[in-house]
Design a protein around this ligand. Structure first.
Ligand code: 3US
Length: 343
């Protein structure tokens, strides 16, 4: 016994099977109803019938009631598609960027469909993937408001897990490429399913998304050196990384393009780093670091507000240092204040 939902833009329908799934954090009947609401959200003519007729008097525990609900929704969608066929109205709502809230719903729906056994994913990760919509989604949205990536940007998530951040960037930003690199078998396996479910749902709603790839591998592997050199925006949730990994990342950052932005949960260089003859090999000599103030919601599990760090690659900092040194004005600029080093 199946329940079908027609695509509001005439693409392949979504198919659910009865009995529906209902477990911690995943209620398929609720998802069907939310998907019907979102499916109608771009069609003004349906906003009244949606409440008065389509969603009227639904019993999610009864197959007949759910079947009748999907029939009313599919009939309404078919009528609209027939009316709009070939008109400007149809073109106007096709391949637009999804709203933030719709994208949140799509990433949740993608995760629920792709990750069939959430227990298999280790749960100690900083932002456990099964509550992505309630936690990380807003944080990433805030970072996008700070970074404002454009159509010429190439985004990389270092250690991308099942790929939710990459999908959010692909759906919410104009980046020409979004890349995730994940080495562990289980998340990398689920990332494949996430990719296909995300593409299905974005087409179902008729929403646009940028080119993205979720790669399996260790981001330190030589094969991925070009992923660093081509990147212009890098996110790395390095809070739990050890000094060895952070050190090796700094070696990769030394090869980044001028102007590349790195956002991380632990800074790669002290905020008050000052170039001196004693720290010329530190990564701080080629990057400008700043703290991104936490929003109200971003408290960590310790309850205290956490900060994030923006690093911008700027080699002119080093050039200015040598220039100043050359024309001897250095000692006046940098009095004998405490020197800091990066490592
Ligand atoms: C030489 C050496 O020491 N090697 C050992 C270390 C290997 C390092 N190389 C790795 N390569 C590929 N993937 C690896 C390697 N290290 C570990 N991961 C994977 O990262 C995943 C965890 N990810 C999160 C997955 C979801 N993506 C996010 O949460 N992204 C994200 C990014 C930035 C932010 C902000 C901007 C807010 C800071 C927020 C979220 C983070 C915590 C690192 C796990 O699935 C790990 O398997």
């Amino acid at each position: 016994m199946e329940l079908r939902l027609n695509s509001p833009v005439g693409n392949l329908p979504a198919v659910y099977y009865w009995p529906l799934c209902k477990k911690k954090g995943y209620d398929e009947a609720k998802e069907i109803i939310e998907t019907i609401v979102w499916g109608c959200s771009d069609i003004p003519d349906l906003s009244v019938p949606l409440k008065k007729n389509i969603l009227h008097d639904v019993d999610v525990t009864s197959y007949e009631s759910m079947k009748a609900l999907t029939k009313r929704y599919n009939k309404a969608i078919n009528n609209v598609l027939l009316l709009e066929k070939g008109t400007q109205k149809f073109c106007d709502r096709l391949n637009r960027v999804a709203s933030k809230e719709l994208l949140r719903h799509i990433i949740q729906q993608t995760y629920s469909a792709a990750v069939t056994d959430a227990e298999e994913l280790n749960k100690y990760q900083a932002f456990s993937p099964d509550v992505y919509g309630e936690t990380s989604f807003d944080l990433i949205t805030q970072m996008l408001d700070v970074i404002k990536p454009g159509k010429d940007d190439v985004f990389v998530d270092l250690g991308s897990g099942v790929g939710q951040v990459v999908l959010q960037l692909a759906g919410a930003s104009p980046c020409k490429r979004c890349v995730g690199i994940e080495r562990a078998d289980v998340p990398a396996k689920y990332a494949k399913a996430m990719e296909s479910k995300f593409k299905f749902w974005m087409q179902w709603y008729g929403k646009r998304y940028g080119y993205f790839e979720l790669i399996k591998g260790d981001f330190f592997h030589d094969a991925f050196r070009d992923k660093f050199t081509e990147a212009t925006v890098i996110f790395v949730n390095n809070f739990a990384f050890g000094p060895a990994v952070d050190h090796k990342l700094k070696e990769r950052f030394a090869e980044l393009k001028q102007g590349t932005k790195i956002v991380s949960s632990k800074s790669f260089c002290p905020l008050n780093f000052r170039i001196s003859d004693r720290n010329l090999s530190d990564i701080g000599t080629i990057m400008i670091v700043s703290e991104i103030a936490p929003v109200k919601s971003s408290v960590s599990w310790t309850g205290k507000p956490v900060s994030y760090y923006l690093h911008v690659i700027d080699r002119t900092k080093l050039e200015k240092y040598f220039q100043a040194k050359k024309n001897g004005s250095l000692h006046s600029l940098f009095a004998e204040d405490a020197e800091t080093s990066c490592d």
